[in-house]
Write a protein that binds this ligand. Structure first.
Ligand code: FES
Length: 157
């Protein structure tokens, strides 16, 4: 029997495959104001993240390059889309909420302010059932924190 949850699962799967195969913002940002590398030591995959912040700190653009599995690529792709227009603080809060979603499958404290963004990131919520894949999903967000903090290197360990 195909219920609502199966349909949702299929839809989520499609979003991950689409972003994994055709990642958005998969390029170098020549005028990036911050960059960082993200490493997943479990598999050796790594990405390089580029962020361009305006004078007031708002993220004007974000892009990435590198090699990773479908989940890490899809997650980085979705991330570069949702962080545009956010302040560093807002982007970090969203990252914390996303990590909660990836680890538990839900984010009870996310609240209305993050609802739209969390809905866009929800296709990755299924990774909580596969603990080793949580690192794939959070890799780009670790790199984002490192870029925004100026630490340049991040490990999803
Ligand atoms: Fe390497 Fe997913 S298996 S990041």
């Amino acid at each position: 029997m195909s219920g609502l949850f199966d349909d949702l699962r299929d839809l989520y799967q499609e979003v991950i495959l689409d972003h994994g195969r055709k990642p958005r913002n998969f390029r170098r940002l020549e005028d990036a104001t911050a960059t960082a590398r993200g490493d997943n030591p479990m598999c050796g995959d790594r990405i390089e993240l580029f962020v361009k912040q305006g004078a007031d700190g708002t993220i004007a653009d974000a892009a990435f390059q590198g090699r990773g599995c479908a989940i890490s690529t899809a997650s980085a792709s979705l991330m570069t889309e949702v962080v545009k227009g956010k302040t560093a603080e807002q982007a970090k809060a969203l990252g914390a909420a996303f990590r909660e979603l990836a680890m538990t499958g839900t984010c009870p404290d996310c609240g209305a302010a993050l609802a739209d963004d969390m809905e866009r990131l929800a296709p990755l919520s299924g990774v909580h059932e596969f603990p080793s894949r949580v690192k794939c999903a959070t890799l780009a967000w670790h790199a984002l924190n490192a870029a925004l903090d100026g630490t340049k290197e991040a490990s999803s360990e």
